[in-house]
Ligand binder design. Structure first.
Ligand code: SF4
Length: 708
């Protein structure tokens, strides 16, 4: 009888960075009934199609249930936890002894919980002596991190979700929020319906987000910096800047404005560079000029670019120069892609961060080293994702541990990544599926990790809100939490005390304690108020925004009154480089390939692919082509096409779409050779990266297309 079943468990959706609260009611048969949590401030009970279908993704058919080790015959065979952990630890120790600490690396994931991330980062950066820890968040929002740090002196997201309810103008740049952040998009549309807020979408593609908005600007690929430079010039020319705010709280204004004038001196030049009609550009400028309560949301169309950091700063410049930052309904706002990209940033999951938003200054290395009592503190930044896999290809990194991600499908030049992986002396994967592209690329050990519904810990969403992921299903087979697996290896490497965690609550308390200011201080990330939570209080923790300091009041919004985390406490306006494509198209490769997500799938589909309901939306891998290009190339709707770039090839079904610009193609990232033959789009993507963020350019690879 239903009354015999346990009550619904409050947890958090494992997909996008909105971080919706979920109520999961176990059905007693290994599944659960899923509903939105009305009390969660991210979604107030609503869920999108992916969140609603979570109950269909809990089966164990494709789960990895036991540790596996690859034998001399090349096949994976079951191993005991003790044997696998002993051998993994011995392999890392041997590699470091022989080749030094920079010959080892971890590649992590925005799907990990904060506690998993914290322990992995601590082991590598405090005890193994290298900062070669990077994450698939490098592919997601690293340019926003770099842009924030350049402008604010810290990786601080100034806005919160209620700004989207209070704004009078919402500008979405490179964001298909209707599909990729659906619940936030619904909040924006509710604001438009009920308060009359205006919505502007800036995107090379006419996506679902652009369907019902006040202004759609189909910008030329990569030209965001030109448009926002033109906006800054316009605001200056019509005296619409907030000089009081600039004088008090901003540095770098003259140089940034001068550079903006070099890039986009007038409306006509701006429109020409951006590939837009002058009237449309003028209409956007007027809306921005006249609307104090403006929120500009930016996502992967901005971040996934070899000039992504400059794009972020060009947007942030316009907000700083108008004083529209950290105020109710007025802020730049990075929408993060993954459920815990923010948590990864907090613990230092990126190779250029240390922990608790600290970097590699001697003082910060010393502070973290004393706190961890780490015998081998990394003293400088490690290799970022694309560099890391290049170092593997060159034979410089010899031992790699991949956790909760599938780089053999998702990194640029995925074919070369798979070849590089085969060169490793030690290749460990923590996963919850039996097989994926990365496991099949020759992993020596595959360790069964807990999945959503079993995991216990925290995630942080796009507005800096920490929420609990709580278990409502038992761990199947021999699966274990990631923090436990890493801790066991840490203990076997001789660091028994430092990795003697009993629970995720233990890890969280330590993470919170490290974030506390020491002798006063000027960092942004401080959750010291949570450092003394009892196990029971951690279990019951309500969603909480950071900062949550122990010794002073927290703040919901940063920077409305200045107080930036730079040495002079002023924000810095940055002079961006001239926007330009990283690789030119040619007669042989005449199109630009833009990659992204679809509404109902997630990453390489290991979870969302289990739901029949979600598979109905767009069941096959495809490429979108403008009708004129389809005619010229002899492509027909629903026919098949072969695409190739300098790096690889794939075969996709053709969808002819008016939403696509001439000369541009769009293909989703979700399918791979594990789910459909020749469908791995990552094969084609070029490895160009942003010089500041290291984020790869995933939106503009020159390619050719032909019918099959
Ligand atoms: Fe999950 Fe994102 Fe959908 Fe919310 S909007 S239910 S977090 S996928």
């Amino acid at each position: 009888a239903p009354s015999q079943h346990p009550p619904a468990v409050r947890t958090t959706c494992p997909y996008c960075g909105v971080g919706c609260g979920v109520l999961a009611k176990p059905d007693g048969l290994g599944g659960a009934v899923i509903a939105g949590d009305p009390a969660h401030p991210a979604n107030f009970g609503r869920l999108c199609s992916k969140g609603s279908a979570l109950g269909e993704t809990l089966g164990l058919e494709s789960r990895l249930l036991h540790p596996m080790r690859r034998g001399a015959d090349g096949a994976l065979a079951r191993a005991s936890w003790d044997a696998a952990l002993d051998q993994v630890a011995a392999g890392f120790a041997r590699t470091i002894d022989k080749h030094g600490p920079n010959a080892v690396a971890f590649y992590l994931s925005g799907q990990l919980l904060t506690e998993d991330y914290y322990v992995a980062n601590k082991l590598m950066k405090g005890f193994l002596g290298s900062a070669n820890v990077d994450t698939n968040s490098r592919l997601c929002m690293a340019s926003s991190v770099a842009g924030h740090r350049r402008a604010f002196g810290s990786d601080t997201v100034p806005g919160i979700y209620s700004d989207l309810d209070e704004a009078d103008l919402i500008v979405l740049v490179g964001s298909n929020a209707a599909w990729c952040h659906p619940i936030l998009y619904q909040r924006m549309m509710a604001n438009r319906r009920m308060r009359g807020a205006k919505v502007v979408v800036i995107d090379p593609r006419r996506t679902a987000t652009a369907e019902d908005v006040d202004l759609f600007l189909p910008i030329a690929p990569g030209m965001d910096t030109a448009l926002f430079s033109g906006l800054l010039v316009h605001l200056s020319d019509v005296l619409a800047l907030d000089y009081e705010y600039i004088d008090a709280h901003v540095s770098g204004f003259p140089d940034a404005l001068a550079r903006a004038r070099e890039i986009a001196p007038d409306l006509a030049t701006t429109a020409r560079l951006a590939g837009l009609a002058q009237d449309d550009v003028a209409a956007f400028f007027a809306l921005f000029r006249e609307t104090a309560k403006t929120v500009t949301c930016y996502s992967q169309g901005v971040n996934q670019s070899a000039q992504g950091t400059d794009k972020v700063n060009a947007i942030v410049n316009c907000h700083l120069a108008t004083g529209r930052i950290g105020k109710n309904g007025a802020s730049p706002f990075s929408l993060t892609g993954q459920p815990n990209a923010m948590g990864g940033r907090e613990v230092g999951g990126l190779a250029n961060q240390l922990a608790a938003h600290m970097g590699f200054s001697p003082q910060e290395v010393d502070r973290v080293g004393r706190f961890w009592n780490g015998p081998a503190m990394a003293k400088r930044e490690g290799l970022k994702a694309v560099q890391m896999f290049d170092a593997i290809a060159r034979g410089e990194i010899k031992a790699l541990w991949v956790m909760a991600t599938n780089p053999a499908a998702s990194l640029p030049r995925a074919g070369a990544v798979r070849e590089a992986l085969r060169k490793l002396d030690l290749f460990v994967v923590s996963e919850n599926v039996l097989s994926n592209d990365t496991v099949s690329a020759g992993a020596h050990f595959v360790l069964p990790a807990a999945a959503w519904g079993e995991k216990d810990g925290t995630v942080t969403n796009s507005e800096r809100r920490i929420s609990r992921q709580r278990p409502f299903l038992p761990l199947p087979g021999e699966a274990k939490p990631d923090w436990w697996i890493v801790s066991q290896v840490g203990q076997r490497l001789g660091f028994a005390d430092a990795f003697a965690y009993r629970s995720s609550a233990d890890v969280f308390r330590e993470h919170a304690k490290l974030s506390m200011f020491e002798n006063g201080g000027t960092r942004d990330f401080d959750i010291g108020a949570l450092a003394l939570l009892s196990d029971e209080a951690f279990d019951a923790l309500d969603p909480v925004l950071w900062p949550a300091p122990a010794t002073r009041a927290g703040t919901e919004r940063f920077f409305a009154q200045g107080g930036f985390f730079t040495s002079d406490r002023k924000a810095k306006m940055i002079a961006p480089e001239m926007p330009r494509p990283q690789a030119e198209t040619s007669d042989a490769l005449p199109f630009r390939l833009n990659t992204g997500r679809v509404r109902d799938q997630w990453h390489t589909m290991t979870r969302s692919g289990l739901s029949p309901r979600l598979a109905k939306h767009l069941p096959e891998p495809f490429v979108e082509v403008h009708p004129d290009d389809a005619i010229a190339a002899g492509l027909s709707h629903d026919g098949f096409a072969r695409l190739h770039s300098r790096y690889g090839a794939c075969v996709l079904k053709v969808r002819v779409s008016e939403g696509q610009q001439r000369g541009s193609l769009f293909a989703p990232i979700h399918w791979s050779d594990e789910t459909a033959a020749m469908a791995r789009v990552g094969e084609l993507v070029m490895p160009a990266t942003d010089p500041f963020s290291g984020q790869p350019e995933a939106k503009a690879t020159p390619v050719a297309i032909a019918p099959v």
